[in-house]
Ligand binder design. Structure first.
Ligand SMILES: [Fe+2]
Length: 457
Protein backbone atom coordinates (compact mmCIF):
# COMPACT_ATOMS: atom_id res chain seq x y z
CA UNK A 1 0.00 0.00 0.00
CA UNK A 2 1.41 3.42 -0.87
CA UNK A 3 2.35 5.74 1.94
CA UNK A 4 -0.35 8.37 2.33
CA UNK A 5 -0.22 11.66 4.14
CA UNK A 6 -2.09 11.52 7.48
CA UNK A 7 -3.85 14.71 6.34
CA UNK A 8 -5.61 12.81 3.59
CA UNK A 9 -7.15 10.31 5.99
CA UNK A 10 -9.78 9.98 8.68
CA UNK A 11 -11.23 13.25 9.96
CA UNK A 12 -8.86 15.18 7.67
CA UNK A 13 -9.86 13.38 4.48
CA UNK A 14 -10.96 15.86 1.83
CA UNK A 15 -14.40 15.71 0.24
CA UNK A 16 -14.78 15.39 -3.50
CA UNK A 17 -18.10 17.09 -4.16
CA UNK A 18 -19.50 20.58 -3.98
CA UNK A 19 -22.97 20.33 -2.54
CA UNK A 20 -25.92 22.67 -2.37
CA UNK A 21 -28.71 21.60 -0.03
CA UNK A 22 -31.76 23.52 1.10
CA UNK A 23 -33.99 23.41 4.20
CA UNK A 24 -31.72 21.29 6.31
CA UNK A 25 -33.18 19.07 9.02
CA UNK A 26 -32.70 20.41 12.53
CA UNK A 27 -32.85 18.82 15.97
CA UNK A 28 -33.87 21.43 18.55
CA UNK A 29 -34.72 24.91 17.40
CA UNK A 30 -32.59 27.58 15.78
CA UNK A 31 -33.02 30.90 17.61
CA UNK A 32 -35.04 33.21 15.38
CA UNK A 33 -32.56 36.02 16.08
CA UNK A 34 -29.74 34.15 14.33
CA UNK A 35 -29.86 35.62 10.87
CA UNK A 36 -26.70 35.22 8.86
CA UNK A 37 -24.13 32.72 7.70
CA UNK A 38 -21.71 30.50 9.57
CA UNK A 39 -18.70 30.02 7.29
CA UNK A 40 -15.60 27.94 7.84
CA UNK A 41 -12.51 27.56 5.66
CA UNK A 42 -10.07 24.67 5.45
CA UNK A 43 -7.73 22.84 3.11
CA UNK A 44 -9.36 20.40 0.71
CA UNK A 45 -6.84 19.22 -1.89
CA UNK A 46 -8.15 18.32 -5.31
CA UNK A 47 -5.77 15.40 -5.69
CA UNK A 48 -5.21 12.56 -3.25
CA UNK A 49 -1.96 11.20 -4.61
CA UNK A 50 0.68 13.30 -2.80
CA UNK A 51 2.24 11.25 0.04
CA UNK A 52 4.09 14.39 1.19
CA UNK A 53 0.93 16.47 1.38
CA UNK A 54 1.14 19.07 4.15
CA UNK A 55 -2.11 20.03 5.88
CA UNK A 56 -1.52 23.74 5.37
CA UNK A 57 -1.22 23.72 1.59
CA UNK A 58 -4.44 22.15 0.34
CA UNK A 59 -6.75 24.28 -1.81
CA UNK A 60 -9.20 26.18 0.35
CA UNK A 61 -12.80 25.06 0.60
CA UNK A 62 -15.38 27.12 2.43
CA UNK A 63 -18.33 25.39 4.07
CA UNK A 64 -21.32 27.55 4.92
CA UNK A 65 -24.73 27.28 6.57
CA UNK A 66 -27.28 30.03 6.11
CA UNK A 67 -29.68 30.58 9.05
CA UNK A 68 -32.75 32.79 8.97
CA UNK A 69 -36.12 32.94 10.75
CA UNK A 70 -35.39 29.80 12.75
CA UNK A 71 -34.54 27.79 9.64
CA UNK A 72 -31.35 26.42 8.15
CA UNK A 73 -31.94 27.65 4.61
CA UNK A 74 -28.92 26.12 2.96
CA UNK A 75 -25.59 24.38 3.18
CA UNK A 76 -22.95 24.95 0.54
CA UNK A 77 -19.32 23.98 0.19
CA UNK A 78 -17.16 25.55 -2.50
CA UNK A 79 -13.55 25.49 -3.48
CA UNK A 80 -11.91 28.89 -3.60
CA UNK A 81 -11.07 29.44 -7.29
CA UNK A 82 -7.43 30.33 -7.55
CA UNK A 83 -6.09 30.02 -11.09
CA UNK A 84 -4.88 26.49 -10.40
CA UNK A 85 -8.07 25.36 -8.67
CA UNK A 86 -10.23 26.79 -11.44
CA UNK A 87 -8.15 25.14 -14.15
CA UNK A 88 -8.17 21.79 -12.34
CA UNK A 89 -11.96 22.04 -12.18
CA UNK A 90 -12.07 22.84 -15.89
CA UNK A 91 -13.23 26.39 -15.31
CA UNK A 92 -12.00 29.82 -16.32
CA UNK A 93 -10.15 31.63 -13.54
CA UNK A 94 -12.01 34.85 -12.73
CA UNK A 95 -8.71 36.78 -12.74
CA UNK A 96 -7.45 39.65 -10.66
CA UNK A 97 -4.33 40.92 -8.89
CA UNK A 98 -1.59 38.51 -7.80
CA UNK A 99 1.23 39.40 -5.44
CA UNK A 100 4.68 38.04 -6.43
CA UNK A 101 3.28 35.00 -8.26
CA UNK A 102 1.72 33.80 -5.01
CA UNK A 103 -1.73 32.94 -6.29
CA UNK A 104 -3.29 30.44 -3.87
CA UNK A 105 -6.77 29.17 -3.05
CA UNK A 106 -6.94 30.85 0.38
CA UNK A 107 -7.57 28.05 2.88
CA UNK A 108 -7.16 29.37 6.40
CA UNK A 109 -9.89 31.75 7.49
CA UNK A 110 -13.01 33.42 6.19
CA UNK A 111 -14.09 36.84 7.42
CA UNK A 112 -16.25 39.76 6.40
CA UNK A 113 -15.04 43.35 6.27
CA UNK A 114 -16.29 46.48 4.56
CA UNK A 115 -18.87 44.59 2.54
CA UNK A 116 -16.53 41.86 1.35
CA UNK A 117 -16.53 38.19 2.34
CA UNK A 118 -12.88 37.16 2.21
CA UNK A 119 -11.16 33.78 2.32
CA UNK A 120 -7.74 34.52 3.76
CA UNK A 121 -4.29 32.94 3.82
CA UNK A 122 -0.79 34.06 4.76
CA UNK A 123 2.78 33.90 3.48
CA UNK A 124 2.51 36.18 0.47
CA UNK A 125 -0.82 35.51 -1.21
CA UNK A 126 -3.87 37.74 -1.45
CA UNK A 127 -7.27 36.92 0.01
CA UNK A 128 -10.05 35.82 -2.31
CA UNK A 129 -13.38 37.58 -2.29
CA UNK A 130 -16.45 35.34 -2.23
CA UNK A 131 -20.07 35.92 -3.06
CA UNK A 132 -22.81 35.49 -0.47
CA UNK A 133 -23.30 31.97 -1.81
CA UNK A 134 -19.58 31.15 -1.71
CA UNK A 135 -18.81 31.62 -5.38
CA UNK A 136 -15.39 33.14 -6.10
CA UNK A 137 -15.31 36.79 -7.15
CA UNK A 138 -11.51 36.90 -7.41
CA UNK A 139 -8.37 37.91 -5.55
CA UNK A 140 -8.66 41.07 -3.44
CA UNK A 141 -5.93 43.69 -2.97
CA UNK A 142 -8.34 46.12 -1.32
CA UNK A 143 -8.89 48.22 -4.39
CA UNK A 144 -5.18 48.28 -5.23
CA UNK A 145 -4.29 49.73 -1.83
CA UNK A 146 -2.44 46.69 -0.40
CA UNK A 147 1.27 46.78 -1.29
CA UNK A 148 2.03 43.08 -0.75
CA UNK A 149 0.42 39.88 0.46
CA UNK A 150 -2.07 39.65 3.28
CA UNK A 151 -2.58 37.42 6.32
CA UNK A 152 -4.81 34.60 7.49
CA UNK A 153 -5.60 36.08 10.91
CA UNK A 154 -7.01 39.55 11.36
CA UNK A 155 -8.30 41.52 14.34
CA UNK A 156 -11.19 43.90 13.95
CA UNK A 157 -10.96 46.78 16.41
CA UNK A 158 -14.59 47.13 17.51
CA UNK A 159 -14.06 50.79 18.49
CA UNK A 160 -12.57 52.05 15.23
CA UNK A 161 -13.95 49.53 12.76
CA UNK A 162 -10.39 49.07 11.45
CA UNK A 163 -9.13 45.63 10.54
CA UNK A 164 -5.55 44.82 11.59
CA UNK A 165 -3.29 42.14 10.13
CA UNK A 166 0.38 41.10 10.10
CA UNK A 167 1.66 40.01 6.69
CA UNK A 168 4.88 38.08 6.14
CA UNK A 169 6.50 36.60 3.04
CA UNK A 170 9.67 34.60 2.49
CA UNK A 171 11.10 37.22 0.13
CA UNK A 172 10.62 40.03 2.67
CA UNK A 173 13.17 40.84 5.39
CA UNK A 174 10.35 42.40 7.39
CA UNK A 175 6.80 41.74 8.49
CA UNK A 176 4.14 44.26 7.73
CA UNK A 177 1.40 45.57 10.00
CA UNK A 178 -1.56 46.41 7.79
CA UNK A 179 -4.56 48.47 8.88
CA UNK A 180 -7.66 48.40 6.68
CA UNK A 181 -10.25 51.06 7.26
CA UNK A 182 -13.99 50.63 7.45
CA UNK A 183 -14.00 51.77 3.82
CA UNK A 184 -12.17 48.62 2.74
CA UNK A 185 -8.97 50.46 1.79
CA UNK A 186 -5.54 50.15 3.40
CA UNK A 187 -5.26 53.06 5.83
CA UNK A 188 -1.60 52.46 6.66
CA UNK A 189 1.19 49.92 6.71
CA UNK A 190 4.19 49.67 9.02
CA UNK A 191 7.08 47.40 8.10
CA UNK A 192 9.03 45.91 11.00
CA UNK A 193 12.50 44.71 9.93
CA UNK A 194 13.03 41.03 10.78
CA UNK A 195 15.78 39.70 8.52
CA UNK A 196 15.49 36.13 9.87
CA UNK A 197 12.04 35.92 8.21
CA UNK A 198 9.87 34.44 10.94
CA UNK A 199 6.51 32.85 10.35
CA UNK A 200 3.89 34.96 12.12
CA UNK A 201 0.63 33.10 11.92
CA UNK A 202 -1.31 35.13 14.46
CA UNK A 203 -0.82 38.21 16.63
CA UNK A 204 -2.81 40.17 19.19
CA UNK A 205 -4.12 43.66 19.56
CA UNK A 206 -4.64 45.91 22.59
CA UNK A 207 -5.92 49.46 22.66
CA UNK A 208 -2.29 50.67 22.74
CA UNK A 209 -0.25 47.98 21.03
CA UNK A 210 0.06 45.42 18.30
CA UNK A 211 1.55 42.29 19.90
CA UNK A 212 4.08 40.52 17.64
CA UNK A 213 5.35 36.97 18.13
CA UNK A 214 8.89 36.76 16.78
CA UNK A 215 9.45 33.08 17.52
CA UNK A 216 12.20 30.81 16.17
CA UNK A 217 10.20 29.30 13.29
CA UNK A 218 11.81 30.94 10.27
CA UNK A 219 11.99 30.55 6.53
CA UNK A 220 14.56 27.93 5.56
CA UNK A 221 16.10 28.15 2.10
CA UNK A 222 17.56 24.68 2.67
CA UNK A 223 14.12 23.23 3.37
CA UNK A 224 12.75 25.06 0.32
CA UNK A 225 15.56 23.63 -1.82
CA UNK A 226 14.69 20.17 -0.49
CA UNK A 227 11.18 20.66 -1.81
CA UNK A 228 9.44 21.23 1.51
CA UNK A 229 5.94 22.50 0.73
CA UNK A 230 6.07 24.77 3.81
CA UNK A 231 9.74 25.57 4.44
CA UNK A 232 9.53 27.08 7.94
CA UNK A 233 11.74 25.26 10.43
CA UNK A 234 12.99 25.64 13.99
CA UNK A 235 15.93 28.03 14.04
CA UNK A 236 18.23 27.77 17.05
CA UNK A 237 20.12 30.88 15.98
CA UNK A 238 17.37 33.31 16.86
CA UNK A 239 16.02 34.42 20.22
CA UNK A 240 12.31 33.95 20.88
CA UNK A 241 10.74 37.28 21.73
CA UNK A 242 7.50 39.13 21.91
CA UNK A 243 7.21 42.67 20.57
CA UNK A 244 4.90 45.55 21.37
CA UNK A 245 4.40 47.93 18.44
CA UNK A 246 2.69 51.08 19.73
CA UNK A 247 -0.35 51.55 17.52
CA UNK A 248 0.51 55.17 16.82
CA UNK A 249 4.27 54.81 16.35
CA UNK A 250 6.74 53.44 13.84
CA UNK A 251 8.73 50.24 13.67
CA UNK A 252 11.67 51.84 15.54
CA UNK A 253 9.45 51.98 18.62
CA UNK A 254 8.77 48.25 18.90
CA UNK A 255 9.70 47.08 22.40
CA UNK A 256 11.02 43.52 22.34
CA UNK A 257 11.07 41.18 25.32
CA UNK A 258 12.89 37.84 25.29
CA UNK A 259 10.86 34.74 26.07
CA UNK A 260 11.66 31.04 26.47
CA UNK A 261 11.84 29.11 23.18
CA UNK A 262 8.30 28.19 22.15
CA UNK A 263 5.84 28.35 19.31
CA UNK A 264 2.42 30.01 19.22
CA UNK A 265 -0.07 29.43 16.43
CA UNK A 266 -2.93 31.29 18.09
CA UNK A 267 -3.94 33.85 20.67
CA UNK A 268 -7.30 34.31 22.37
CA UNK A 269 -7.02 38.06 22.87
CA UNK A 270 -4.94 40.74 24.59
CA UNK A 271 -5.51 43.94 26.54
CA UNK A 272 -3.73 46.67 28.47
CA UNK A 273 -4.00 46.38 32.24
CA UNK A 274 -4.21 49.23 34.74
CA UNK A 275 -0.43 49.09 35.36
CA UNK A 276 0.46 49.68 31.75
CA UNK A 277 1.27 46.04 31.10
CA UNK A 278 -0.05 43.94 28.24
CA UNK A 279 -1.93 40.74 29.06
CA UNK A 280 -2.24 38.16 26.31
CA UNK A 281 -3.83 34.71 26.51
CA UNK A 282 -2.51 32.16 24.04
CA UNK A 283 -1.92 28.51 23.24
CA UNK A 284 1.78 27.77 23.60
CA UNK A 285 3.82 24.85 22.25
CA UNK A 286 6.76 24.62 24.61
CA UNK A 287 10.22 24.18 23.13
CA UNK A 288 11.11 23.51 19.53
CA UNK A 289 8.43 23.40 16.86
CA UNK A 290 8.95 22.59 13.19
CA UNK A 291 6.10 23.89 11.06
CA UNK A 292 7.46 22.21 7.92
CA UNK A 293 6.78 18.89 9.64
CA UNK A 294 4.04 20.06 12.05
CA UNK A 295 6.14 18.54 14.77
CA UNK A 296 6.99 19.55 18.31
CA UNK A 297 7.13 17.76 21.63
CA UNK A 298 4.91 20.12 23.52
CA UNK A 299 3.40 20.26 26.01
CA UNK A 300 0.77 22.53 24.61
CA UNK A 301 -0.85 24.75 27.20
CA UNK A 302 -3.14 27.73 27.65
CA UNK A 303 -0.92 30.41 29.15
CA UNK A 304 -1.33 34.04 30.13
CA UNK A 305 1.63 36.26 29.31
CA UNK A 306 1.91 39.56 31.13
CA UNK A 307 4.38 41.83 29.36
CA UNK A 308 5.78 44.87 31.12
CA UNK A 309 7.12 47.18 28.41
CA UNK A 310 8.71 49.55 30.95
CA UNK A 311 10.67 46.78 32.68
CA UNK A 312 11.21 44.72 29.52
CA UNK A 313 9.98 41.58 31.25
CA UNK A 314 7.37 38.92 30.63
CA UNK A 315 5.80 36.65 33.21
CA UNK A 316 3.84 33.56 32.20
CA UNK A 317 1.09 31.83 34.10
CA UNK A 318 -0.46 28.50 33.20
CA UNK A 319 -4.23 28.73 32.92
CA UNK A 320 -5.02 25.26 31.58
CA UNK A 321 -2.95 22.23 30.66
CA UNK A 322 -5.45 20.43 28.46
CA UNK A 323 -4.31 19.94 24.87
CA UNK A 324 -6.41 22.40 22.94
CA UNK A 325 -6.30 24.67 19.93
CA UNK A 326 -8.40 27.14 17.95
CA UNK A 327 -8.82 29.69 20.77
CA UNK A 328 -11.57 32.27 20.27
CA UNK A 329 -13.22 34.99 22.30
CA UNK A 330 -16.32 37.10 21.91
CA UNK A 331 -14.96 39.27 19.08
CA UNK A 332 -16.46 42.38 20.63
CA UNK A 333 -13.78 42.13 23.34
CA UNK A 334 -10.86 42.24 20.88
CA UNK A 335 -8.16 44.58 22.27
CA UNK A 336 -10.02 45.00 25.57
CA UNK A 337 -10.34 42.73 28.64
CA UNK A 338 -12.14 39.47 28.03
CA UNK A 339 -13.48 37.13 30.67
CA UNK A 340 -14.37 34.10 28.56
CA UNK A 341 -12.57 32.06 25.94
CA UNK A 342 -13.61 29.09 23.84
CA UNK A 343 -11.37 26.42 22.34
CA UNK A 344 -11.43 22.87 21.02
CA UNK A 345 -9.92 19.61 22.19
CA UNK A 346 -9.35 17.64 19.01
CA UNK A 347 -7.48 14.37 19.36
CA UNK A 348 -6.69 14.18 15.66
CA UNK A 349 -5.19 17.66 15.61
CA UNK A 350 -3.09 17.00 18.71
CA UNK A 351 -1.81 13.76 17.24
CA UNK A 352 -1.06 15.51 13.98
CA UNK A 353 0.74 18.53 15.42
CA UNK A 354 2.69 17.14 18.39
CA UNK A 355 5.05 14.21 18.05
CA UNK A 356 3.93 11.07 19.83
CA UNK A 357 6.98 11.23 22.06
CA UNK A 358 5.42 14.36 23.53
CA UNK A 359 3.49 14.78 26.69
CA UNK A 360 0.07 13.37 25.88
CA UNK A 361 -2.72 13.31 28.38
CA UNK A 362 -5.58 10.85 27.88
CA UNK A 363 -8.01 13.62 27.08
CA UNK A 364 -5.89 14.44 24.05
CA UNK A 365 -7.82 11.77 22.27
CA UNK A 366 -11.22 13.10 23.23
CA UNK A 367 -13.42 15.48 21.30
CA UNK A 368 -14.66 18.44 23.25
CA UNK A 369 -15.26 22.13 23.19
CA UNK A 370 -13.98 24.11 26.15
CA UNK A 371 -15.37 27.24 27.72
CA UNK A 372 -12.90 29.05 29.94
CA UNK A 373 -14.00 31.52 32.59
CA UNK A 374 -10.62 33.20 32.88
CA UNK A 375 -11.73 35.44 35.73
CA UNK A 376 -12.81 32.57 37.95
CA UNK A 377 -10.20 30.19 36.63
CA UNK A 378 -12.82 27.60 35.74
CA UNK A 379 -13.12 25.54 32.58
CA UNK A 380 -16.16 23.66 31.38
CA UNK A 381 -15.75 20.85 28.86
CA UNK A 382 -18.53 19.95 26.50
CA UNK A 383 -17.67 16.40 25.50
CA UNK A 384 -18.70 14.81 22.26
CA UNK A 385 -18.49 11.10 21.70
CA UNK A 386 -15.90 8.90 20.13
CA UNK A 387 -15.21 10.00 16.52
CA UNK A 388 -17.44 13.05 17.00
CA UNK A 389 -14.63 15.36 15.99
CA UNK A 390 -15.33 18.98 16.89
CA UNK A 391 -13.88 21.89 14.97
CA UNK A 392 -13.19 25.46 16.03
CA UNK A 393 -15.92 27.07 18.13
CA UNK A 394 -17.14 30.56 17.22
CA UNK A 395 -19.02 32.74 19.69
CA UNK A 396 -22.10 34.58 18.45
CA UNK A 397 -23.69 37.21 20.72
CA UNK A 398 -27.45 36.78 21.28
CA UNK A 399 -27.95 40.42 20.28
CA UNK A 400 -25.44 43.09 19.23
CA UNK A 401 -25.33 44.58 22.74
CA UNK A 402 -25.73 41.38 24.77
CA UNK A 403 -23.25 40.84 27.63
CA UNK A 404 -20.08 38.88 26.99
CA UNK A 405 -20.90 35.15 26.89
CA UNK A 406 -24.64 35.86 26.41
CA UNK A 407 -25.07 34.08 23.14
CA UNK A 408 -24.21 30.92 21.24
CA UNK A 409 -21.20 28.80 20.47
CA UNK A 410 -21.19 27.28 17.00
CA UNK A 411 -18.98 24.57 15.57
CA UNK A 412 -19.05 21.81 13.00
CA UNK A 413 -19.08 18.49 14.88
CA UNK A 414 -18.85 15.21 13.04
CA UNK A 415 -21.82 12.93 13.63
CA UNK A 416 -20.45 9.37 13.34
CA UNK A 417 -23.93 7.84 13.25
CA UNK A 418 -24.74 9.70 10.05
CA UNK A 419 -21.22 9.91 8.64
CA UNK A 420 -21.82 13.63 8.15
CA UNK A 421 -21.36 16.87 10.05
CA UNK A 422 -23.75 18.75 12.29
CA UNK A 423 -23.62 22.46 12.87
CA UNK A 424 -23.77 22.41 16.67
CA UNK A 425 -25.34 25.48 18.28
CA UNK A 426 -24.80 25.60 22.04
CA UNK A 427 -26.08 28.21 24.47
CA UNK A 428 -22.83 29.62 25.85
CA UNK A 429 -24.39 30.00 29.30
CA UNK A 430 -25.67 26.40 29.27
CA UNK A 431 -22.52 24.96 27.79
CA UNK A 432 -23.02 21.44 29.12
CA UNK A 433 -26.76 21.31 28.47
CA UNK A 434 -28.62 20.06 25.44
CA UNK A 435 -27.62 21.89 22.29
CA UNK A 436 -30.01 24.66 21.31
CA UNK A 437 -29.96 23.21 17.82
CA UNK A 438 -28.10 20.74 15.69
CA UNK A 439 -28.32 21.38 11.98
CA UNK A 440 -27.77 18.16 10.08
CA UNK A 441 -25.58 18.72 7.04
CA UNK A 442 -25.76 16.32 4.11
CA UNK A 443 -22.00 15.61 4.05
CA UNK A 444 -18.80 15.37 6.01
CA UNK A 445 -16.89 18.53 6.77
CA UNK A 446 -13.18 17.67 6.96
CA UNK A 447 -11.23 19.01 9.92
CA UNK A 448 -10.15 22.45 8.86
CA UNK A 449 -9.15 25.80 10.22
CA UNK A 450 -11.08 28.95 11.01
CA UNK A 451 -14.45 30.51 10.48
CA UNK A 452 -16.81 33.32 11.30
CA UNK A 453 -20.44 34.02 11.97
CA UNK A 454 -21.41 36.69 9.47
CA UNK A 455 -24.64 38.34 10.57
CA UNK A 456 -26.90 39.82 7.93
CA UNK A 457 -26.17 43.49 7.39
FE1 LIG B 1 -4.82 29.88 12.51
Amino acid sequence: MPVTSPYLQGAFAPVTDQITAFDLPVTGSIPAGLSGRYLRNGPNPLGLEDPGYHWFIGAGMVHGVRLRDGRAEWYRNRWVRSRRTAETLGETWPGGPVHADQDFAANTHVIRHAGRTLATVEAGALPYELTTELGTVGPCDFGGSLPGGFAAHTKLDPRTGQLHAIAYFWAWDYVQHVVIGGDGLVARTTSIPLPHKPMMHDFALTEKYVVLFDLPVTFSMAAAADGSPLPYTWNTDVQARVGLLPRDAGSADVRWTSVEPCWVFHTFNAYDDAEGRVVVDLIKYQGAYDVSLLDGKGPLTLDRWTIDPAAGTMTSRRLDDRLQEFPRVDERTISRPHRYGYSAVIGEVSRATISLSGDFADQAFGNALLKHDLERGATQAREFGRDATAGEAVFVPATPDAAEDDGYVMAFVHNPDRGAADLMILAAQDFGGDPVARVHLPARVPLGFHGSWIPDE
